[in-house]
Ligand binder design. Structure first.
Ligand SMILES: C[S@@+](CC[C@H](N)C(=O)[O-])C[C@H]1O[C@@H](n2cnc3c(N)ncnc32)[C@H](O)[C@@H]1O
Length: 310
């Protein structure tokens, strides 16, 4: 296979919740080394790397502070105080479009029983939709631990469904899963994961992470598919109102009015239909976690790890 050299015309990328910014550095390092880019041509010039916490959250972390200086020299735009759940409301990013948005290991530091993380992930995808165009991609890396013998076997599914509720968040914002890849230091040697609040490495991360790559579905296709599904789960009297909707957002209030069972059915059918158009074979499965019925993605392989994007 012939590989076309990188022209240096890189896609604009937005990194969210970067913590110690080691992924940003590792990502740039890998690309620049592969293509022999001089600093003036660095991939860093097309990257906006952000974190929710203020800069003083890094006080005492000399390594991260020095890293940020190196990144700025490579042309990276560094921003603090950026909320992944409201990217479109961030003034500095106003009007900008990002063909690629990445968030590795999103977490708000709370216990999963509180269920505060799924709404953040859902708002993140909704916000990405406002910052992207059809076929643009969201890369989100999630803990996918291989269970130790003492733990239940469905730990990966539990993380997808209960910790993040990733199928619901991505599907309701009109994104389809196109790839799932192994993620970690094998791909990005300089990446050092940090936990929210404590900055230590989360033990679960050592047990496995996967990068889920989603692609935005165009408005018209998303709207027509959602309409068809809502009509199939709701009563006849609601159909005229559903059919009158022209945008995904108009349909959202109708979706929200449905009971939990109908909402779950809508999400699973929508995810199933949209994933059928992916080149990768993906199934949508359902499980019950802590009394909640949730969907999760099942792909037969995690090994699509091509990093050749520019
Ligand atoms: C588990 S850490 C992962 C940090 C880094 N991405 C990594 O992979 O090592 C989760 C990160 O998400 C950030 N975070 C939490 N809630 C956020 C939000 N609403 N918007 C943006 N970042 C958020 C935290 O401050 C933290 O840096």
């Amino acid at each position: 296979m012939t590989v076309t050299p990188c022209s240096g015309n890189h896609k604009q990328r937005l990194f969210v919740g970067e913590g110690n910014f080691s992924f940003t550095e590792a990502f740039i390092q890998k690309h620049d080394a592969k293509w022999g880019h001089a600093p003036t041509q660095s991939l860093g010039r097309s990257i906006w790397a952000t974190e929710l916490q203020p800069p003083d959250s890094l006080n005492g972390n000399g390594e991260a502070t020095a890293r940020i200086d190196r990144l700025k020299e490579k042309g990276v735009f560094i921003l603090f105080g950026v909320d992944g759940a409201a990217l479109h409301a961030e003034q500095t990013l106003d009007g900008k479009k990002f063909p690629r948005i990445h968030w590795n290991c999103p977490h708000d530091g709370s216990q999963y029983q509180k269920q505060s993380l799924p709404p953040i992930i859902e708002a993140f995808f909704q916000s990405c939709r406002k910052m992207q165009s059809p076929q643009d991609r969201v890369h989100i890396t999630l803990a996918q631990p291989t269970p130790p013998p003492s733990k239940p076997k469905n730990l990966k599914e539990f993380y997808q469904g209960m910790i993040y509720d990733i199928v619901r968040a991505s599907t309701l914002a009109g994104y389809k899963l196109i790839k799932k890849r192994v993620f970690g230091q094998e791909r990005y040697p300089e990446y050092h994961h940090t936990q929210t609040v404590t900055s230590a490495e989360a033990p679960v991360i050592k047990q496995g992470m996967r990068e889920f790559v989603f692609e935005q579905i165009p408005d018209d296709l998303f709207t027509s598919t959602m309409k068809k599904i809502l009509c199939s789960v709701t009563e006849q009297k609601d159909h005229a109102q559903i059919n009158a909707c022209t945008k995904p957002n108009d349909l959202r209030s109708i979706f929200d009015r449905c009971g939990e069972e109908k909402r779950n059915t809508t999400v699973s059918i929508l995810a199933e239909e949209t994933s059928q158009t992916s080149s990768k074979k993906i199934s949508i499965c359902k499980g019950t976690f802590g009394g909640h019925t949730r969907c999760y993605f099942y792909c037969s392989s995690d090994n699509d790890s091509s990093d050749g994007e520019k």
